[in-house]
Design a binder for this molecule. Sequence first.
Ligand code: 8YV
Length: 324
Amino acid sequence: MKGTRNVSNQDKPRVLQIGRLLPWLEEQLAAHFDLVLLAQQPNPQAYVAEHGREFVAAVTSAAVGIDAAMIESLPALKVISSFGVGLDKVDVQAAARRGIPVGYTPDVLNDCVADTAFTLLLDVARRASEADRFVRRGAWLTDKFPLATRASGKRLGIVGLGRIGRTIAKRASGFDMEIRYHNRRPAEGVDFGYEASLTELARWSDFLVVAAAGGAESQGLISAEVLQALGPQGFLINIARGTVVDEPALIQALRDKAIAGAGLDVYVDEPRVPEALFALDNVVLLPHVASATHETRQAMAALVLDNLLAFFSEGRPKVAAPVA
Ligand code: 8YV
């Protein structure tokens, strides 16, 4: 019965699951903990108001997050475990104020997210999706497909040289690309050129790849001015968060051909993608799938579980989010 404790679960920590997770992970959580899936409650808000004090752990995801109000409504909460690396929807500060650590899943997704950055980069530069549409509609029989843009040997600007940004840089060296980057401050232990001005980085770049964390600090970083500096030969790739880009300015730039094209995995209001983009051939659109491979999602799921198990056996998650 929903919300009623199973006798065999009484000794297990009570865990609130916010949002759906991979079936394997849900099974593991249910086996190790006294798990309640909030989405299965007829009235989730009323359920939390009535039962919130019973939970010592919460499991969520980067997509769903957990805000300060939810943390507040769980007065016995001791740990949060989130599926994903992004913390823009997880109120780590509110948790930290109560001494609650947040487990999350960095690193295990670096390779797949970097692969997706290059999927988008090569696709939009070489017009692969557009060419696929051309073949499928039978246009090859009568028309000539236009020339594309070379990717190898070009200039790659990376916005946010963190773990994922560095993995993208590794891929780029295989394409003989020259690399520069923009961060709030120069990164340690890298030889790539640092650009203090994002606009200057955009001006220099053939491809500008956004790999910065989301959240208030990076909101609208890729502005109309940055896009203008990227210019009619430049491409924008975003595998970070939709909010890092001024989306209306990007749509305008793509329409006006003020930039050459864009490859996007993320949007401001997912899963709602601005319809204006659907009509444009110079943009490749993915449905936020950068980490979505069997291998990486399984590694993320395993870490979500390990973070909780480590907290209950050793007092801290295996990988805890930094408190800024
Ligand atoms: C997640 C992501 O798969 O890790 C992140 O921050 O954006 C993706 O890898 C997705 O958002 C899961 O919630």
